[in-house]
Every structure is written in C-alpha cells, then in structure tokens.
Design a protein around this ligand. Structure first.
Ligand code: DAH
Length: 340
C-alpha cells in the first residue's frame, strides 16, 4: 500500500506539473480527489479488504495522502488562477492613449432651435403645444377664419391645392379653428408647424414654418397680448428688448396688430439689420374676431381671446444673420453645422 501511495503521489505531481488551465486542474481533481470515483476515495474503499490490525495505520496513511493532495491542488489552483488572471487582464487591456475613432455628431436645425426656444418660453407661461394637420380643407384654412371665398386676403396667400376640397395649409391659423372646436375654454395653445405657399425668393420658401398662439378666456384684451409679448421678447432676445404695436389687418383678428421688437443687433439705435429704424417686425396678432368664435360655436359675449402668428424661419434668419432662406433647406452640412 505504501508503495502505491508513493506512486499516486508521484503521478499527481507529474500530471499536475503539466496542467496549465483551471479546466485541466478540475479534471485531475475529479480523477484523484473528488467524489466516489476518485482514486484516493477508492483507496479508502479498499481499506475494508486489508487485515484488521493494519487498517488504522493504512487509514492514517491514506488520510495523510488525501490532506496532502487537497493542499497541493489548492496551491496549484491559486498559481493557475493568478496566471489566468494575468492573461485575461492583458487581453482586456485598453490603450487609453490611442486616438479614438471620430464619431460624427449631428446638430439641431436652426429653425428647430428657434422653435424649441420659443416653445420653452411659452410652455413656462402655461401654453399647451398642439400640432395640427398640414392638409386642410377650405373651412379650416380660410372660411372659419373669416376669409370667405371672395375675400381679398386670399390673394395674398398663394395656395397649393391638392384637389377641389383640400390644400396644403397656408398658415398655422387653422390650428385656431381645431382648438376652438375641440377644446373647452379657457385655454392657451401654441401650434408650431410647416406651412406652404407658392412663393420663392431670398426670404420666402414654398415650405416654411410658423408658430400660432391662441389664448381664450373671459375678459382678454390687447393689454394681455402686449404684456405677454413683452415677457417673451425679454426671454428670447435680451432683457432690454421692447415691443411696439402697429395697427394692421387680418381677417381673423379685430383689431389687428403687427408687432416689432427693438433691434437685437443695435439695441434700437438703427443699423443694417433693422434698416436704420431700430425696430424689427416679428409677428402679427390681435384680438380674436368674434366671427371666428361664432364660426366655432364659442359664445363671443362670454369669451374673448388673442391670437398671434410668427414665422420661425424669419426669426431664425434674423437671429443667426442668415440672409437667404435657402441656407436652411439646401442641406449643406457646412452651413447647418454652424448653428450647433
Ligand atoms: N396667419 C397670419 C399669416 O400667415 C399670421 C397671423 C396674424 C396669425 C395674426 C395670427 C394673427 O394668429 O392673429 O400671415
């Protein structure tokens, strides 16, 4: 027996000496130490066949072998573990001094930037943002807005018709009709979106963007519009920005105004941007015409409101000093990237 034990020890040493991975180690451990099928547990079983007086001594020898084997395997496990860890670390090493791959970053479109900035200012005043349809019928785009068939204002808005009944909306004002016919007053809505007109030069594109605002409540007056716009231009342009109201005409508001902001380039002294006047026109607005409320079955003796509409492209052009609207739609990344 002692002879065999020496042999087993030698074999373990030899085979373990060749093992390089924890997997090989595990297999050897199964072969020698683990479970009933292992060689060392097998020796224990043989003990029963030995002479009775030899058993305690043999048992002790086998136990010593077992303890030695367990310790030997543990040592080897640690060694191999260290080696494997080093190999893994080496494989996973990242060279942080290597130049990184260049990743292209997109940028927001200047019109999107202006829209987001305005939306934030208005949202802070309690406006809900609403997006209504781009294909409209005559009722929403014109008639309900107090622009009946023969109305001269229709000529100002060269319209793209889809068929006899439908057209691409020429302004975001039909959003007022959608709001008035679906939302219970009082409410404040902001309606940004694309609009279309057959118009094409340095400052006009057949597709452009507007933002409509509509506030309906009891006892709304022009002062409410003025007070609100004063706040808006201060947040949007500068703390010193002022507004100026000029009388105007729109069929859906009565009275109607055009609103100027003090020039944000020269502060009002007069420069090229404001053409020496100190003022820049930014929007049209007014008190909602009672005919519009009637057309939407809202009682004009109970509710009043103000509306306004502004051109987002126009504001983006002024703000970023772009003198041709085509810059926004030619998709030349060299131009668009500058607005990041
Ligand atoms: N819809 C007008 C346009 O496209 C802009 C406008 C003017 C909207 C006055 C309004 C308003 O809501 O009250 O020229």
């Amino acid at each position: 027996m002692e002879e065999r034990i020496r042999e087993i020890k030698a074999r373990i040493e030899e085979e373990l000496g060749k093992a390089n991975t924890s997997r090989e180690l595990f297999e050897l451990k199964a072969k020698y130490v683990l479970g009933k099928a292992g060689i060392i547990p097998g020796l224990m079983k043989e003990l029963g066949k030995a002479a009775k007086e030899d058993r305690p001594k043999l048992g002790q020898i086998i136990n010593t072998l077992k303890e030695w084997a367990i310790e030997y395997f543990a040592r080897k496990e640690k060694e191999i573990g260290e080696i494997e860890k080093k190999i893994r670390y080496k494989k996973e090493t990242v060279d942080i001094t290597m130049p990184s791959k260049k990743r292209e970053r997109g940028s927001l479109h200047p019109v999107t930037l202006v829209k987001a900035e305005l939306a934030e200012v208005f949202a802070g005043m309690g406006f809900k943002i609403l997006e209504t349809r781009e294909i409209e019928d005559d009722f929403h785009n014109f008639t309900a807005l107090n622009t009946p068939l023969e109305h001269p204002a229709r000529d100002k808005q060269d319209t793209f018709y889809i068929n006899d009944d439908f057209m691409l909306r020429t302004h975001t004002s039909p959003g007022q009709i959608h709001s008035l016919t679906t939302i219970e007053p009082p409410f404040k809505v902001l309606i940004p979106g694309r609009v279309y007109r057959s118009d094409d030069d340095a400052t006009h594109s057949p597709m452009f963007h507007q933002m409509e605002g509509l506030v309906i409540d009891k006892d709304i007056t022009m002062c409410d519009l003025q007070g609100m716009l004063d706040e808006v231009v201060k947040k949007m342009f500068s703390k010193e920005a002022k507004t100026r109201f000029r009388p105007s005409f729109f069929p859906f508001t009565e009275p109607s105004v055009e609103v100027d902001v003090s020039c944000f380039e020269c502060g009002g002294k007069g420069c090229r941007l404001c053409k020496g006047t100190g003022w820049i026109e930014i929007l049209g607005g007014g008190i909602v015409n009672r005919r519009v409320l009637e057309n939407c079955k809202v009682d004009p003796d109970k509710y009043t409101g103000f509306a306004f509409g502004l051109g987002l492209d126009r504001i983006a052009m002024l703000k970023y000093g772009v003198n041709n609207i085509k810059v926004f739609y030619e998709n030349d990344l060299r131009a668009l990237r500058q607005f990041r």
